[in-house]
Design a protein around this ligand. Structure first.
Ligand SMILES: Cc1cc2nc3c(=O)[nH]c(=O)nc-3n(C[C@H](O)[C@H](O)[C@H](O)COP(=O)(O)OP(=O)(O)OC[C@H]3O[C@@H](n4cnc5c(N)ncnc54)[C@H](O)[C@@H]3O)c2cc1C
Length: 394
């Protein structure tokens, strides 16, 4: 089969950014075809936010993104803001709620949001071709895309097929292969927003504490700290603060955890030494979960009356809970990573239009680019903002 010769734009990937670009482009009167290798559109979108879709974050700004080129995302985020994203989805009759500060979820759920976006694309005239594996792409313009269901040609090609994380929802590394084919650099792709794996004695500690969660911990890695929940797993550490720290983790780097953020445990112990008559572990249990106290408190101090501890023992006890350090041996890998960090090097891409500087008509969007958001709606906001930037230039 040979597709229409009159296409204005081919989009590879019917996920968040690909559908949003197709909608905006089709509404501008462009003839758009979206090629999706999976059996359905927006599979990550449907699974997002645990089925509730955290579609944006009201506070989204460049500092919420990790990239080798940290200023790249600034222009697109400023030109298509979280408020604009909410307004665009409200048009489909969807409502939103703020479940945590700034984090906006879809009241009707992720599936309904994805269905509404797909329906709007079709209504605007975009053609979506499912079960359409891309076999080869040639260019520069006109771009020619050979697929399992036909050949498509257009003067513009948007690569919106995301990163390879969470492959059971259809993810692939096609975007990176295409980037390299067209001579672009790819910043080393790696799992991010992913649990960390510990080894040796610390792995045993995690196994013993598996299932224990703390509502607030501060996790530091690579010069930044993240505040949020922490969960011990059978293999290591997870929970929102750890997932965010994983975006900066590289093999060999240490992670430090403060299990009592915002308090000075050494100071509290010193005050307690003057007033409290019981054992140190009993005092600690007033501040921290019993299981954590049993696992981390220095045994010499824990089993003695707090009143008997020396200044050095107070400091050592405080350090055990406020500067717990570990050097993860690995992450849980792409299979369990909510996003892929790294990706198409943005130095070759216009920050205003997402178009490749060296190859006019070739665009990269969303997670395929070396722009990775924190947890909390930032990655989908990047998908919408990068798509809107490309659409505005068409
Ligand atoms: C379980 C889970 C939950 C998440 N929850 C949230 C959340 O609540 N909030 C948030 O901000 N972010 C969330 N994310 C991240 C967010 O979903 C992604 O960052 C975002 O979807 C990226 O958009 P994209 O358009 O770049 O790629 P995607 O949405 O991944 O779309 C890529 C599309 O391209 C298709 N494709 C891939 N390879 C090919 C190929 N070779 N040929 C043709 N088509 C191809 C895929 O099937 C897919 O449809 C979550 C991710 C996961 C995995």
């Amino acid at each position: 089969m040979r597709s229409s010769d009159l296409l204005d734009l081919i989009v590879i990937g019917a996920g968040a950014s690909g559908l949003f670009l197709s909608l905006l482009a089709a509404r501008r009167g462009l003839s758009v075809t979206v090629l999706e290798h999976g059996p359905a559109t927006g599979r990550k979108l449907r699974a997002s936010g645990g089925g509730r879709c955290n579609l944006t974050n009201l506070a989204a700004g460049p500092e919420d993104y990790f990239s080798d080129n940290p200023h790249f995302c600034r222009s697109a985020l400023a030109r298509f803001t979280p408020a604009e994203a909410l307004a665009a989805f409200a048009e489909f009759g969807l409502a939103f709620e703020e479940k945590a500060p700034g984090q906006m979820f879809c009241v009707q759920g992720a599936r309904r949001l994805a269905e509404a976006l797909e329906a709007a694309c079709r209504e605007a005239g975009a053609r979506i071709v499912l079960n359409c594996p891309v076999r080869a792409v040639t260019g520069p313009a006109p771009f020619r895309v050979e697929t399992g269901t036909g050949i498509f040609e257009a003067p513009r090609l948007a690569v919106a097929c995301g990163g390879p994380s969470w492959p059971n929802l259809g993810a692939s590394d096609l975007a990176f292969r295409l980037a390299r084919q067209f001579g672009l650099d790819v910043v080393e792709p790696r799992p991010a927003l992913v649990p960390l794996v510990l080894s040796g004695g610390q792995a045993r500690l995690c196994r013993d504490l598996a299932g224990l969660s703390l509502a607030d911990a501060r996790v530091s890695c690579g010069g930044r700290s993240f505040l949020g929940g922490l969960l011990f797993t059978h293999r290591g550490l997870s929970g929102p603060a750890v997932l965010e720290a994983s975006c900066l983790w590289r093999p060999g780097l240490e992670v430090a955890v403060d299990f009592l953020p915002g308090r000075d445990l050494e100071d509290l112990l010193r005050q307690g030494r003057g007033e409290f008559r019981g054992l140190t572990k009993t005092f600690l249990r007033r501040l921290l979960p019993d299981r954590l106290v049993a696992a981390l408190a220095p045994p010499g101090a824990a089993e003695r009356p707090l009143a008997q501890l020396s200044n050095a023992e107070l400091a050592e006890t405080a350090r055990a809970f406020q500067n717990f350090t570990a050097t993860p041996s690995d992450t849980e890998g792409l299979a369990k990573a909510e996003v892929t960090a790294g990706g198409v090097d943005t130095r070759d891409i216009s920050s205003k239009t997402m178009e490749c500087r060296k190859i006019p008509g070739l665009f990269f969007l969303g997670e395929a680019l070396d722009v990775t958001g924190r947890l909390g709606g930032f990655n989908l906001q990047w998908a919408w903002s990068s798509a809107a930037a490309a659409a505005a230039s068409l």
